[in-house]
Design a protein around this ligand. Structure first.
Ligand code: ATP
Length: 388
């Protein structure tokens, strides 16, 4: 069993709070993604799990055993870094076998000839070579076992690094942005490969990334972090459909969820001059808002463009059109309603709409926007928390 439990874990660097009081349970066999922007503390959290950083306070348990006082080598976890950190003078076979060789380390391994012979003996022993070959088969590296890292592509090197982590058959795999040095195409291939690896070898994976696509496609659950605090801990679907707050809502999804300012009146939501009936699913959340201003969270694909003039439609002017292959992204500056996108570069009053196919619209065109509220969410304007 390799569930991971964190109780009140915090990490301070002097006055800087990198991790602030985290409680979290990762189930055995889960693929947890720690997601968040640069500096949010995800690497620090991973490094504390690995034992490369000591927690300022709190406890970490793996499989029921307290590990936060143990050195990295006693934690039965494998760590895969962003840089592959392969030994350039060793073959792929030796690189993969290395953790097993070091398990039997003797001081005289350092003596050039004697050490070399001893390492080779271990590497060629049936137990070790069988494990190395099995690992190589899992990662399609069999053909490359006798090559050196410099003769491999980036993706192949990353697979060797994974092989070196796997060969010890650890219960927990910790990965810190392992794909960020690869180009876009290779990254998507390796994404699928790591997911398959998790399905094949089992084990508990904790994976750090700032890439929401990696998180959504690979994670069984995601911990979305900001400033050392977990904003939401849930499945990719929960995080996408029911974001806990406006930060999560805007972090996940491309283009991000639109947040349109509104007021609740009876069973209706007023967005500027337009009044729309709220679906049943939002009625309870709306009652909770009382007379306070709300934000309507609506994904760009739940908005449809129409010719101006219809009832119950938001009006605005096209400010930008981007054609992205099978769909177009249309930015519309609303005439009467306001938005609450507080990131850098966000234009006040502008919403994003995705449409199928090639949009013939151009900047300056007047348009109407028809919202489909069936999957919309409501947030408090003042706290940013989702109303439920
Ligand atoms: P990135 O994606 O850029 O790696 P991150 O989310 O992994 O970011 P961390 O590396 O965990 O972030 O850093 C969290 C915060 O702690 C940052 O503000 C960082 O500057 C600070 N920090 C990390 N390590 C140290 C250190 N050794 N000394 C002082 N501050 C540190």
């Amino acid at each position: 069993m390799a569930s991971i439990t964190l109780n009140h874990v915090a990490k301070h660097f002097g006055n800087k709070v990198a991790i602030s009081d985290i409680d979290m349970k990762v189930e055995d066999g889960e693929f947890l993604v720690l997601l968040g922007p640069s500096g949010c503390g995800k690497s620090t959290l991973l490094r504390m799990l690995a034992g490369l950083e000591t927690a300022t306070s709190g406890e970490i348990h793996v499989g029921g055993r307290r590990v936060d006082q143990l050195p990295p080598s006693a934690r039965d976890m494998a760590f895969v870094f962003q840089s592959y950190a392969l030994y350039p003078h060793m073959t792929v076979r030796r690189n993969i076998a290395f953790p097993l060789i070091m398990r039997q380390f003797k001081w005289w391994f350092h003596i050039p000839l004697l050490g070399g012979l001893a390492k080779r003996r271990i590497e060629r022993s049936p137990a070790v070579s069988e494990l190395v070959e099995k690992t190589a088969r899992t990662l399609s590296l069999t053909e490359m076992l006798d090559r050196y890292p410099r003769t491999l592509s980036g993706g192949q090197r990353q697979r060797v690094a994974l092989g070196r982590a796997m060969v010890r058959q650890p219960e927990v795999f910790l990965m810190d942005e392992p794909l960020s040095n690869l180009d876009a195409k290779l990254r998507s291939a390796m994404r699928a490969e790591i997911t398959r690896l998790h399905q094949r070898v089992g084990g508990t994976f904790v994976y750090v990334t700032h890439d929401q696509v990696e998180a959504m496609t690979m994670g069984t659950r995601i911990a979305l972090m900001r400033d050392g605090v977990i904003q939401q801990f849930g499945t990719p679907r929960e995080i996408y459909t029911s974001p806990a707050n406006t930060y999560v809502a805007r972090f996940i999804g491309t283009p991000p969820m639109n947040l349109i300012e509104g007021r609740i009146e009876g069973g209706m939501i007023m967005l500027g001059e337009v009044s729309l009936p709220l679906p049943h699913a939002l009625a309870a959340a709306a009652r909770g808002a009382g007379r306070d201003p709300v934000l309507l969270g609506i994904r760009p694909n739940a908005l449809t463009l129409a010719a101006p003039g219809g009832q119950g439609q938001l009006t605005g002017t096209v400010s930008l059109v981007e054609h992205v292959g099978a769909e177009s992204v249309v930015a519309v500056k609303l005439s009467h309603a306001a938005t609450a996108h507080d990131e850098e570069g966000a234009v006040p009053g502008e919403i994003m709409i995705t449409t199928q196919g090639y949009s013939e619209l151009k900047a300056g065109d007047p348009v109407s926007v028809v919202p489909d509220l069936s999957e919309a969410v409501l947030f408090s304007r003042s706290t940013g928390e989702r109303l439920r």
